[in-house]
Design a protein around this ligand. Structure first.
Ligand code: NAD
Length: 253
């Protein structure tokens, strides 16, 4: 039995990851704003500190894996919330878990997004990469939701790529999954909003394999990256998107 912790395990992809880890016989500590072992709001500094302090107590013996999954969708306002949860909240939780995962030579998986490789706002992404939360949040509020969301996931994925070698020397393998369209509460909300419904229906219809992904598809990929079978995989971004990325960027990989 392994010891795992994660953010965002209350619903959607995170809940499927938690359930799969439970089915495999592991213990999972969930950090989430609701329905969690550690309830914390990762949009705020106080919430992040509370989450990390509680996790350090619960998992003092070490963790075999940590998954940074919590996030809000591109339709959530103010858009600065996307910045503070999806980027700064994710990194704070990973940094809080790092030494615990290192104790067990474990693995870290970041839930990024296929949106990370779409058009982005250079200034916003630069502010994120410089760690300027106040300025990046202010910039997000001047953008549209998709640009704030995609830029946040791009910066998060770059952060993973920049830090995975340092983490590897500590015994921690770090990777990301990049989900494409996946049927979760986050997407259902957007898919039924007048502003996003049409674009989302078109996007869904374009998925090469002909169907939308499920949270269980994302959980399968995440648990593979966490497992010893993936021991030589480090710093990779695994697209779990039914072929959408290859369709949009056939010459990039
Ligand atoms: P979801 O809304 O079902 O799950 C998000 C989880 O994050 C929930 O448990 C929620 O309570 C938690 N959360 C939200 N705000 C929080 C906060 N301030 N503090 C702590 N926890 C908070 O959505 P999902 O689709 O399962 O999303 C999970 C991850 O997958 C997100 O990072 C999202 O960006 C990413 N993703 C989803 C899709 C998709 O199509 N559904 C595609 C690409 C990436």
């Amino acid at each position: 039995m392994g010891m795992y912790a994660m953010t965002g395990g209350a619903t959607g992809i995170g809940a499927a990851i938690k359930n799969r880890l439970h089915t495999e016989g592991h213990e999972v500590t969930v950090i989430d704003i609701k329905n969690a072992d550690i309830e914390a709001d990762l949009s705020s500094d106080g919430g992040r500190q509370h989450a990390n302090a509680e996790l350090a107590k619960v998992a003092s013996a070490g963790l075999d894996g940590f998954i940074a999954c919590a996030g809000v969708g591109s339709h959530v306002t103010p858009f600065s919330l996307i910045t503070s949860v999806n980027y700064f909240g994710a990194i704070a939780s990973i940094e809080g878990a790092r030494d615990l995962v290192a104790k067990n030579n474990g693995a870290l998986v970041i839930v990024s997004s296929q949106s990370a490789v779409m058009d982005y706002d250079k200034n916003y992404v630069q502010l994120l990469e410089e760690g300027k939360e106040v300025e990046a949040c202010a910039a997000a509020d001047t953008l549209d939701g998709q640009t704030a969301y995609g830029g946040g996931k791009l910066a998060l994925t770059r952060w993973m790529r920049k830090h995975c070698t340092e983490y590897a020397t500590m015994g921690v393998r770090m990777n990301a999954i990049a989900p494409g369209y996946t049927e979760t509460p986050l997407n259902l909300e957007a898919a039924t909003s007048p502003e996003y419904a049409e674009a989302m229906a078109q996007y869904k219809a374009s998925i090469p394999v002909g169907f939308a992904g499920t949270p269980e598809d994302q959980a399968a990929a995440t648990c593979f990256l966490l497992s010893p079978e993936a021991r030589y995989i480090c710093g990779t971004v695994l697209f779990v998107d039914g072929g959408s990325d290859a369709q949009m960027r056939p010459t990039e990989f």
